[in-house]
Design a protein around this ligand. Structure first.
Ligand code: BGP
Length: 474
C-alpha cells in the first residue's frame, strides 16, 4: 500500500516567477513582466490600471526573477540531488513567439527549453510543462485585446504545435493553462485582460475564458495527434468551499462558489458547458459563439487528468458581514477552526483530502497535485542555512492527508509537486520575502543579493520523503 511506485514526486515553478532575463534570447515583452511590486500591483493584476510597458516609477520583480535562465543547470542539479522524479515548469510564450503572432518561432527560445529538458532527463526527472502560466505577449494584448479575441485561439494552436513537435519524446505531461479559474479573480495577471472604463467585466472575462477553453481542447487534440504518448491536463486553483454554518443559505453559497471554479474543469473534463453555466450566461446576457467544429473538438478532446493547486480550503457565508481572510487568488470567509500563515492563508491539511475526494467524485479522472506549500519569511544564518521546521510540518501534514486519500479513499493520484522548491517571486505580492523553497536564494525585495543558492533544513527532509516513497515523513 502507500504511494504508487511510479508516483511523481517533485516541485513546481513558473517561468515568470523565476527565469528573469526578460529581454534575453530574443524574448518579447509579456503581461507578467509589467506587473509592478508595491501598491499598484493589485489594480494592475485586476486589469483596472493599464500598464502595458515598464515605467521608471516602478520595480518589476519578474524581470529578474531568481535568474533561473542563467542558473538552470545548477538548480536542476539540486532538484536531482533531492531525488525529484518530476519538475513542473512553464514555457514563456514570448521566448517562443516574442510577439505571439509571428509565423516562425524563435529558435533561441526553443533551444533554451530543449536544453533544460535534456538537463532534467540527465537526472531522470520527468518534465511537466505548463504551456501558459499567466503569461500573454503584450503585442497580443495591444493589437488584439488578448484573450477577448478569438484570434488568440489560432496563435495558441501555433504555439502548442511548435512545442509538441519540437519536444516530442522529451516531454509527455502538459498542462494547458495554469489555474484557469484565475481569469475571474486577477484577469490581467491570469490572462492579460485590461478593461475599459464602463466595460462589463463579467462578460469580458467569460468571453476570454471561452476562448481559452476552446484553445485548451484544440491543444489536447493536437498533443495526442503529434504523440499518442502525450498526457494533457487542466489546472485548477482548488480548495473546497465549506459552508460557514449548516444554514441552507450558507450551504447554497458554498456550492455556488465552488461551481464558479468547477465550471472550467467541467468543460475541460466533460467536453460541454454545464447547464448551470448556460443559465448563468443567459441571465448575464453573455453570448458565446461556438462553431460546430469547435464544439466537436471540445466534446472529443477532454483532458487526460486533472491537476490542481491546493493551499487551503475556502469558506462561504450568506452573511456579508462575516470576517474574511486572504487566500490563493481571492479572499475567503475566515474559518474559525483553522490557523493561518503569516500571509493570512489558512492551513487545512484535511481540506486537501476533502478537495481531492470532491474532484475525484465529480470527474473520475486521475488527479495530480501540482502546487502545495507554505509561503513564509525565512531567516538564514551566515551560511544561508534555514531551520524551516514550520515548512516541514506544513508539508508533512499535507502529504499525510494525500496518503490517506490514496490508501483509504482509493483516489487515483499521479504525483505531487510542491510549489516553489526553490525560492522565487510571489505571484500575488511580488515579494521575495514570501518563500516556499527547500533551496534558499539570496535575493531581497529590492532586487539586491548574490543569488547564491543554499539548502534549507527541508531540503534533506524532502529528499528522505522521496527516497522512502512517502513512507518516512519524520
Ligand atoms: C498560485 C500560482 C503560483 C504561485 C502560488 C503561490 O496561484 O499558480 O504562480 O505563485 O499560487 O502564490 P503566491 O506566490 O502568491 O504566494
Amino acid at each position: 500500500m502507500g504511494f504508487p511506485k511510479d508516483f511523481l514526486w517533485g516541485g513546481a515553478t513558473a517561468a515568470n516567477q523565476c527565469e528573469g532575463a526578460y529581454r534575453e534570447g530574443g524574448r518579447g515583452l509579456a503581461n507578467v513582466d509589467v506587473i509592478p511590486a508595491g501598491k499598484d500591483r493589485y489594480p494592475v493584476m485586476l486589469g483596472r490600471q493599464k500598464m502595458l510597458a515598464p515605467d521608471g516609477a516602478h520595480r518589476y520583480p519578474a524581470m529578474q526573477g531568481i535568474d533561473l535562465y542563467h542558473h538552470y543547470k545548477e538548480d536542476i542539479a539540486l532538484f536531482g540531488e533531492m531525488g525529484f522524479r518530476c519538475y513542473r515548469m512553464s514555457i514563456a510564450w514570448t521566448r517562443i513567439f516574442p510577439n505571439g503572432d509571428e509565423e516562425e518561432p524563435n529558435e533561441e527560445g526553443l533551444a533554451f527549453y530543449e536544453d533544460l529538458f535534456r538537463e532534467c532527463r540527465k537526472y531522470h526527472i520527468e518534465p511537466l510543462v505548463t504551456i501558459t502560466h499567466f503569461d500573454c505577449p503584450i503585442h497580443l494584448i495591444e493589437q488584439y485585446g488578448g484573450w477577448k479575441n478569438p484570434k488568440l485561439i489560432d496563435f495558441y494552436r501555433r504555439l502548442v504545435t511548435v512545442l509538441f513537435t519540437r519536444f516530442k519524446g522529451l516531454v509527455h505531461y502538459w498542462l494547458t493553462f495554469n489555474e484557469i479559474n484565475m481569469i475571474l479573480h486577477l484577469p490581467f495577471m491570469g490572462a492579460g485582460l485590461v478593461f475599459e472604463p464602463g466595460e462589463n467585466e463579467t462578460q469580458t472575462k467569460y468571453l476570454a475564458a471561452h476562448h481559452e477553453l476552446i484553445a485548451s481542447a484544440w491543444a489536447t487534440k493536437i498533443a495526442h495527434e503529434i504523440d499518442p504518448e502525450n498526457k494533457v491536463g487542466c489546472m485548477l486553483a482548488a480548495g473546497m468551499t465549506y459552508s460557514y454554518s449548516c444554514n441552507p443559505e450558507d450551504v447554497w453559497k458554498g456550492m455556488d462558489k465552488d461551481r464558479e471554479s468547477y465550471f472550467f474543469i467541467d468543460v475541460q473534463s466533460r467536453g460541454y458547458y454545464p447547464s448551470y453555466a448556460q443559465k448563468f450566461f443567459q441571465r448575464e446576457h453573455i453570448q458565446l459563439e461556438l462553431s460546430p467544429e469547435d464544439q466537436r473538438v471540445m466534446r472529443e478532446n477532454t483532458v487526460d487528468f486533472i491537476s490542481l493547486s491546493y493551499y487551503s480550503s475556502r469558506c462561504a457565508s450568506a452573511d456579508p458581514s462575516i470576517d474574511t481572510t486572504a487566500g490563493n487568488a481571492f479572499a475567503t470567509v475566515r474559518n474559525p477552526y483553522l490557523k493561518t500563515s503569516e500571509w493570512g492563508w489558512q492551513i487545512d491539511p484535511l481540506g486537501l483530502r476533502i478537495t481531492l475526494n470532491s474532484l475525484y467524485d465529480r470527474y473520475q479522472k486521475p488527479l495530480f497535485i501540482v502546487e502545495n506549500g507554505l509561503g513564509a519569511a525565512d531567516t538564514p544564518d551566515e551560511n544561508g542555512y534555514v531551520e524551516d521546521d514550520y515548512r516541514i510540518s506544513y508539508l508533512r501534514e499535507h502529504i499525510r492527508a494525500m496518503k490517506d486519500t490514496i490508501e483509504l479513499d482509493g483516489v487515483e493520484l499521479l504525483g505531487y509537486t510542491t510549489w516553489g522548491p526553490i525560492d522565487l517571486v510571489s505571484a500575488s505580492t511580488g515579494e521575495m520575502k514570501k518563500r516556499y523553497g527547500f533551496i534558499y536564494v539570496d535575493l531581497d525585495d529590492e532586487g539586491n543579493g548574490t543569488l547564491r543558492r543554499t539548502k534549507k533544513k527541508s531540503f534533506d527532509w524532502y529528499k528522505k520523503v522521496i527516497a522512502s516513497n512517502g513512507e518516512d515523513l519524520d
